[in-house]
Design a binder for this molecule. Structure first.
Ligand code: SAH
Ligand code: SF4
Ligand code: F3S
Length: 472
């Protein structure tokens, strides 16, 4: 538990000492939670090398773009960002100052040396499996050498990374990610992840426990286990035996001071009954499951190589609700996959109506180089994709609002994470991942508190602390 809230707030808002000669690093992350996690590990690693973190480009000596390659737009955004950075770098060089630019993450992995060719201002390209070598690579790049390191390293990246200090953990708040599994062997026909992140691999149980205990010891009370296919986790225990995600969750739930556990992202095919049952059996496991379905049409699911049909998805949802009746579901959807007809799209809308999602992400299909779906000759016209996406998003938004409205009047537990937008306000998350704000002292930050939801705004729920309610 956080024992010293003041320390927590101060570490987060510590003023920058402009007179100090400390080099500054800015790490900008794009894409999924895995990238967010990797960005924190890079910042921690560079912290050990004497870098202080900064939030702005103006005073950064080193800028790292931790990139995403999942859709064309995401990848292109990086090049426009790099264009702006190149201008800033030239302006600094003119003043006799330096700025190193690093491209990390999935664009780095997918494009490697191409990035160096396409943008001259980039000094270093480093893939998701080799960023633990950043200090050494930066030393090599010191004298103007331009390097691309996108090897899938033989050494264990996680073991090579230094553990974060208490201050580093505290500066990031009370909710943290822990990567337990990386990579993907599923090869959905639209997706670049198996190529950018490599084959599925799971971290050993002991390593995950040690990392979690360290976080909890520094005040973290919510842990989200992350993996591209987190429920395919099969890490070895101390005896080298395969451990399932349920066994891992069970073990982590025993850590005192840890009050909330989550995991993401799951694939329906790996949604074992034991994991479903765990939602009824492990009280610390939050009633929220992100379970991407992509499409509601069996024909399209087959073409996507998702390896399951609509009925299998429905039965997972039904069993989850049996195990934990208040479980909230979220999903990812792709509209306009090659060959998707109006009827296929209608099947997606029907699936959404029938399941009812608390929140979701939806995207237009983006043809990615090297994936089988990109080569199909039955691509869907852009305006059709746009129309379908608008219709789907309107329905998903309606469901999100309805889900939020249904919590009004309920008493729930909120994990308060930070001060709110207004003086005297605190903000946090419900068990169902909803943003919640309440009037209350900062003493509540870093803890769970019971609240009554009094109103649902478009992006956040308004609540009253039960302790205040009792006084009223
Ligand atoms: N491993 C997760 C998802 C990883 S990518 C899973 O299997 O569900 C996150 C989401 O991006 C996917 O769920 C999918 O909805 C979307 N996505 C992936 N590739 C895409 C593409 N080529 N075009 C549009 N959306 C895509
Ligand atoms: Fe991509 Fe499919 Fe793997 Fe998810 S399961 S990361 S969508 S290939
Ligand atoms: Fe993007 Fe790579 Fe994550 S492509 S979604 S950052 S695994």
């Amino acid at each position: 538990m956080v024992t010293d809230v003041k320390e927590l707030i101060e570490t987060r808002t510590e003023p920058r000492r402009s007179e100090a000669p400390t080099p500054k690093v800015l790490v900008k992350s794009y894409g999924c939670q895995m990238n967010v996690y990797d960005a924190t590990r890079m910042a921690d690693l560079l912290g050990r090398e004497g870098y202080a973190e900064t939030q702005g480009e103006d005073d950064a000596d080193l800028v790292i773009l931790n990139t995403c390659h999942i859709r064309e737009k995401a990848a292109e955004k990086i090049y426009s960002e790099l264009g702006k950075l190149a201008i800033a770098k030239r302006a600094l060089n003119a003043q006799g100052r330096e700025m190193k630019i690093v491209v990390a993450g999935c664009v780095a992995q997918a494009e490697g040396e191409e990035v160096l060719k396409r943008q001259r201002a980039v000094d270093l390209v480093v893939g998701p499996q080799s960023y633990h070598r950043l200090p050494e690579l930066l030393r090599q790049a010191k004298d103007g050498a331009r390097i691309a390191d996108t090897d899938f390293a033989v050494e264990d990246k996680f073991r090579a990374l230094p553990a974060p200090s208490r201050a580093q953990i505290r500066a990031r708040g009370v909710s943290a990610f822990v990567t337990v599994q990386e990579g993907c062997d599923k090869f959905c026909s639209f997706c670049v992840v198996p190529y950018t992140r490599g084959a599925e691999s799971s971290r050993p149980v002991a390593e995950i426990i040690a990392e979690t205990e360290r976080l909890v010891d520094a005040g973290v009370c919510e842990i989200t286990l992350i993996g591209q296919n987190v429920n395919a986790y099969r890490g070895p225990d101390a005896q080298g035996r395969e451990t399932t995600l349920v066994q891992l969750l069970d073990r982590l739930a025993r850590i005192e001071g840890l009050t909330r556990l989550r995991y993401t992202t799951s694939h329906p095919v790996d949604m074992a009954q034991a994991l479903i049952d765990a939602h009824g059996a492990i009280p610390k496991l939050m009633p929220y499951v992100h379970l991407p379905v992509q499409s509601g049409s069996d024909r399209i699911l087959k073409a996507m190589n998702r390896k399951h049909g609509v009925d299998a998805y429905f039965s997972i949802v039904e069993n989850l609700r049996k195990a934990r009746p208040d479980v909230a579901l979220s999903s990812d959807f792709i509209v306009g996959f090659p060959g998707e007809t109006d009827a296929d799209f209608e099947a997606t809308m029907a699936l959404v109506r029938s399941v009812g999602f608390a929140s979701s992400f939806s995207f237009k299909f983006s043809a990615r180089p090297g994936t089988p779906a990109a080569d199909r000759d039955d691509q869907i016209e852009e305006h059709v994709k746009s129309e379908r996406l608008a219709a789907l998003q309107a329905l998903l938004e309606e469901q999100r609002q309805a889900f939020n409205a249904a919590t009004v009047g309920r008493e729930i537990s909120v994990l308060f994470e930070k001060p709110g937008r207004h003086e005297g306000q605190i903000a946090g998350k419900s068990p169902y991942m909803q943003a919640v704000h309440a009037e209350g002292s900062i003493e509540h930050i870093g803890r769970e508190a019971s609240v009554k939801i009094v109103a649902a705004g478009s992006n956040s729920l308004s609540a009253r602390l039960m302790s205040e309610e009792a006084k009223a």
